[in-house]
Design a protein around this ligand. Sequence first.
Ligand code: PLP
Length: 398
Amino acid sequence: MQAQLPQRMVGLGTQRSVIRELFEFGKLRAAQIGAENVFDFSIGNPSVPAPDCVNETAVDLLQNTDSVLLHGYTSAQGDLGVRTRFADSINRRFGAKIGPNNLYITVGAAASLCCCLGGLCCPEDEVIVFAPYFPEYKVFIEGAGAKMVLIPADIEAFQIDFEALERSITPHTKAVIVNSPNNPSGAVYSEQTVRKLADLLETKSQEYHHPIFLISDEPYREIVFGGVTVPYLPAFYKDTLVCYSFSKSLSLPGERLGYIIVPDEVTDSELVYAAICGAGRSLGYVNAPSLFQRVCAACCDVTADITVYETNRNLLVKGLRDMGFTVVEPGGTFYIFPRTLEADDVAFCERAKQYDLLIVPGTGFGCPGHTRISYCVPTERIERALPVFEKLAQSYRK
Ligand code: PLP
């Protein structure tokens, strides 16, 4: 007897990601040669603690709130008081004019994306994504029954190749996903890029007589350096849905909390909001964790201390450039995406592994010839790793 199972799901559940494999390899090597001799830059888990506000609020809530209320169901789209608090914060920070009914609280950016895609996509729809991209986009888009269309990377600056984008928009284009600050390049879209994107989507929406939605995936919104600002996209393009998460800004990836903004200006905004609620319902993404809704409401104007990320970025940019790597300086996140020293990024990362440097090939992000280095690690690891990167670079000079 054999169970008949959907092959797509079996495949998704059994294929190990490259990042996971590196992580397992790292554990194995640490047991063999000591953890201090393994330079694991594979995973994007925030390395700084959550701000004090998080633990203090959680303890206070646990000690002083009626436990039935605290641990009970909230509204499917999130507690009204929490949504009001998020809306006030967004209005204050970005000059927006949203209310609680423009917000849907979810378990992180991943769920936000799935709810938006599920709420927007019909069969035959296409969703445009820019390389390099977060690999789960493909899974989420296909899960919503749509097709992912990939725009090759602008490897000079990691902004947008507008000619390629214009060629790729068709009558089937339902949405475009952007992720700025970007995983894996760390690039932040300039205001000029955002304006150009908004103009093009506006023109194409008119041409095809339906809105092309912009889905802005923003888990790294606050993780920017040296005065870089992240444009608030609904102010530039009316059909924008924002997918936000507290995973990185508050260092809370395990607590699973984020939200979707559906501004009133979005075409048929009430229907779109209803469809997102429907997608949330159909996916089971209702009633995000009640305790952490309230914790995030109290801490939504705070950011974890990200100075270590900036220190690490500066060390890596300078160190890698001195060794001959071509690097676009990241404006934010905790990733850097240098060009590999041979065209085959998978072979390059395999060679790096021989030096116990665990870095991820760009191919999985749709951008071969590059490697992602996650620098959400103690600075001391970067300092000790730089001579090892130098040895790797030297091996290519011979
Ligand atoms: N989008 C991007 C670009 C990410 O890098 C991540 C996580 O690393 C996510 C979405 C998912 O974030 P969350 O943990 O909030 O679901």
